[in-house]
Ligand binder design. Structure first.
Ligand code: AMP
Length: 171
């Protein structure tokens, strides 16, 4: 994974002081690395026999959509409040300061579906955990959370009661 890791740039103090942002845009801009990332994420998910891929806005859309195509599955966007045009299921969750709301279309996830939730980076895990709850509320089973990058030192995995698949881990 060192070739992929080398294309993830640390940006200190973005978007706020004290945060080291993992900038994946150099990896996205490299055709070989981008394809390999999507391939590795997809392969790890096949044994879970998912029936649907859910991507978290916004970088989860990039990987989630390509994983869905790779696995021959449909793609469902989970978006920030007010972006989806039709009837939605909504979940509000706590952030360090304040709260945020995620939405999914009511008919996008079906009861009995086997869903994989995809994002680029797992940090504190709050966003992924909220998305898991949102999808479960629709009656579907979340079989995994899949990320390109896991920031292990933030302990996000411990907030999730589903298998977490990560291609690159920072201890
Ligand atoms: P989380 O803390 O796991 O809820 O992360 C919230 C969202 O922000 C996720 O969708 C991540 O993609 C993004 N994110 C959080 N921390 C970072 C970071 N250090 N570098 C890049 N993206 C981040």
């Amino acid at each position: 994974m060192d070739d992929l890791r080398a294309l993830i740039r640390d940006v200190p103090d973005f978007p706020a002081p004290g945060i080291v942002f993992k900038d994946i845009t150099p990896l996205l801009g490299n055709a070989t690395a981008f394809a390999r990332s999507v391939g590795l994420m997809s392969e790890g998910l096949r044994p879970m026999e998912p029936t649907c891929i859910v991507g978290i806005e916004s970088r989860g859309f990039i990987f989630g959509a390509l994983i869905a195509v790779e696995l021959g599955l449909g793609f469902v966007p989970v978006r920030k409040f007010g972006k989806l045009p039709w009837r939605t299921r909504t979940l509000t969750y706590d952030l360090e300061y304040g709260s945020d709301t995620l939405e999914v279309h009511e008919d996008a996830v079906t009861a009995g579906g086997r869903v994989v939730v995809v994002d680029d980076v797992l940090a504190t895990g709050g966003t992924a955990a909220a998305t898991v709850d949102l999808i479960r509320g629709a009656g579907a089973l979340v079989v995994a959370v899949s990320v390109l990058v896991e920031l292990e030192f933030l302990g996000g995995r411990s907030r999730l009661d589903v298998p977490v698949k990560a291609v690159i881990r920072y201890e």
